[in-house]
Write a protein that binds this ligand. Structure first.
Ligand SMILES: NC(=O)c1ccc[n+]([C@@H]2O[C@H](COP(=O)([O-])OP(=O)(O)OC[C@H]3O[C@@H](n4cnc5c(N)ncnc54)[C@H](OP(=O)(O)O)[C@@H]3O)[C@@H](O)[C@H]2O)c1
Length: 290
């Protein structure tokens, strides 16, 4: 069906691969850009129903025109390899040329715009610049997407722990720490990002998505402890995307698989025997702390 055509970029990445799997299961025709067709995730995606891989460079205008041809929806998550700003803009331009109706851009905020002395995180602020560029491209979708919030819903850390405890049958607790200790090697440029995160969320305790999304109507789901997508951004995203999953489902179905692929084995060990007591504890903590 023509209205169920979807384009993705960086389809081997966690966000886009997850969208590709769900979109295929929901009957979408997916045009999925990959960097390496031989990548194990690319091979896996190529075997899903109605997924066609597009191998090419995001800096190639002709390639982008082929990728967006005939699609009405796009989910775009850019990464910091290459010139993310230029790539983000040219993806938006190509989608506009192709007449894409719903353009979902995986954005992040630039906290420095709130004028509170908060630093701009280098890997996020570029996405915010692209977000603003897209907003100005009038006939693309009205709302951009910031990861986690629209995928899952808006939840406090304590409630996330409660849902993880229930899904994994293990005690999961939240501990706030103002410091990040980096004990492993990190990719070039990422240390500055982590130092900014430490300052922004550890020292300033800034709201994750900034002040515009973490306020008003969107806080209702946190305050009443429900998971109904009552926030406006959540409700709108869910109306566009039938394949959303809640945090508890993510914790149960996806998180252990990701952890396994990261070389961890905790999921093979027995779960807590006193789960019920833990869940009661988490629930009572949640009621107190939300
Ligand atoms: N995941 C999250 O929860 C989250 C939350 C907030 C923000 N973000 C943002 O999302 C982005 C990462 O998304 P993700 O987690 O879905 O991606 P990911 O799993 O880290 O995958 C990275 C993607 O980038 C591609 N890539 C790797 N090396 C490359 C290179 N040298 N040149 C070009 N492309 C390369 C990979 O292609 P190959 O597989 O072919 O190497 C893959 O498609 C980041 O910008 C991050 O700031 C993510």
């Amino acid at each position: 069906m023509q209205s169920k055509n979807l384009a993705l970029v960086n389809a081997t990445g966690r966000q886009a691969a997850s969208v590709a799997r769900v979109a295929s299961a929901l009957g979408y025709h997916v045009q999925a850009h990959v960097h390496q067709p031989s990548h194990p995730v690319a091979v896996e995606l190529s075997q899903l129903d109605n997924v066609i891989l597009f191998h090419g460079s995001l800096e190639d205008r002709n390639f982008l025109d082929r990728l967006f041809k005939g699609v009405q929806r796009a989910f775009i998550n850019t990464v910091s390899f290459g010139d993310e700003l230029a790539i983000g803009k040219s993806l938006a331009d190509a989608a506009k040329r192709a007449g894409v109706q719903h353009y979902i851009y995986s954005s992040m905020p630039d906290h420095s715009v709130f004028d509170k002395g908060w630093p701009a995180l280098p890997l996020w602020s570029v996405k915010f610049t692209v977000e603003n560029y897209i907003r100005q491209a009038s006939h693309l979708g009205r709302r951009q997407h910031r990861p986690d919030r629209t995928d899952q819903s808006l939840l406090s850390p304590t409630r996330v722990c409660f849902l993880f405890s229930r899904a994994l049958r293990r005690k999961v607790t939240y501990h706030f720490s103002p410091r990040i200790d980096v004990e492993v090697s990190v990719p070039h440029g990422y240390r500055e990002q982590l130092q900014g995160i430490e300052l922004l969320f550890g020292t300033f305790r800034a709201p994750y998505f900034g002040l515009d999304l973490d306020s008003g109507e969107n806080m209702k789901t946190v305050e009443d402890g429900t998971d109904k997508g009552g926030g406006t951004a959540v409700a709108e995203a869910r109306s566009l995307w039938g394949g959303w999953r809640g945090m508890e489902e993510y914790a149960r179905e996806v998180f252990p698989v990701e952890e396994f692929h990261n070389g961890l084995t905790w999921m093979k060990e027995e779960s807590d025997s006193d789960l019920e007591a833990d869940t009661r504890m988490a629930k009572s903590g949640m009621d107190k702390n939300i």
